[in-house]
Design a protein around this ligand. Sequence first.
Ligand SMILES: [Zn+2]
Length: 221
Amino acid sequence: MIRADRGTEPTVLSSKKAAWDNAVAEARTKQAKKAAFAKVRHQQIRTALEEAFHGKCAYCESKIKHVSYTQIEHYRPVSKRQDLAFCWDNLLLACGRCNGAEFKGDQFPEADADGPLLDPCSDDPTDHLDFVFDPVAGLTTVAPRTLRGQVTVRTLGLNRPDLRTYRSSCIGKLAVLAMLASEHADCAALLAEAQRGDAEYSAFARALSASTEGPPGTAAD
Ligand SMILES: [Zn+2]
């Protein structure tokens, strides 16, 4: 997870929000309500979020579009905050795993449960999370520094095994580049590319810079 800027509210949202809110309020059946909420999946909104988050999940930083459809995620779920269904500041781009019932789903721990969850558009994730690569085990870990970080990692499954395995494979290769970066400009350039906001798992790539000081095989401090 990295800090992100969702940018300007799409015009369709500002112009239709009131009508869409009314349709939700007037929906009398579960099916009608579901159809009313679905207005948020307008292509203009999806495109704006895909651009803001570079086609990546706002939570786990996995690229989505090449293997699946992006999901428009309500940071505060509509099951708890219907009034925020069409609020631009409540919308994120997410993958189906972070956003699915197995992980976040309709969960939203509030302050009384060590929340709220980290919001990449208003919180700096590095205030709450460390992105650690252990070169001996070859494993990446999102390590909480705060209670909010802890509840975020747990709720979103940010160290779930399949994500962790794939992410560790990517970051393991970058760790080699990081060790060579001070002496090889091409390695430094590749590392810098991996640290850009549009790169997968850039939070981990950015954290690797701290490990370039030591000899090969040493852990990041
Ligand atoms: Zn995700």
